[in-house]
Design a protein around this ligand. Sequence first.
Ligand SMILES: [Ca+2]
Ligand SMILES: [Ca+2]
Ligand SMILES: [Ca+2]
Length: 249
Amino acid sequence: MNMRYSLLAAAVAAALPVAAQAHISYTGRNFGTFDNLGGSVTIANQTVSGNYGWADGLDDDYGDSHRLRAFRFTLTDTVTLTFTAMANASATPASVDGLLPGFSIYSGLAHLTPLQPDHDFAAATQAYLASLPGVPKEGAFRSMADWKVTNDSGDPLSVFTYMGSAFDADLDGIATGTFTLGPGDYSVFVGGVNYVAQIGALINPNYGLSATLAVAAAPVPEPETWAMLLAGLGLVGFSARRRMRGVAA
Ligand SMILES: [Ca+2]
Ligand SMILES: [Ca+2]
Ligand SMILES: [Ca+2]
């Protein structure tokens, strides 16, 4: 490659990350389905573009969901679960692996294949955002509120209903939180909490991360709970027998 083309390639590469960022997809990031027997799954080797996407969704102009990574899971029972988002083990605060993570859990999913993927700059998403009051929006993502987005086909808006969040307040590269959630499909968006990182050269590095979903098994009843249950059954049996006798009398 001659000098002129390598400079051109470098310029294109510098310009590309914005265009190359994936729209909302769960490919390789589905934790699966859990019931009250519990279980734990870790999804490693993920990246997120920029270290500020989650923080940027806290303000009045919302944020760009391209700056977060979407994960999904499904619950068939009401469970207590712990979600943890973690910078790569080798990360230092200054390295491109040094993500300072935040995440939010929402009830609901984005459009799935074969439908077009949702994104902030689809015409229908932009039309929706333009219809909202307040300042112009820089994206559809909201860290601690419900939000909506759709795709280039203009399918009905995907609705993300905010369920809870956690962020890396002590700046050690780990964000973790425990939530009790009912049956349904959930999305988790993970991004950086360093709001000031959205300037200059800090915008585009890909930060490495892993995420773990640990669903607690439903507690086995204590002996005294069993005793109360059995006593309750005994009372039910007693009153049923009494009713029977009443009917017979
Ligand atoms: Ca913002
Ligand atoms: Ca911003
Ligand atoms: Ca932390």
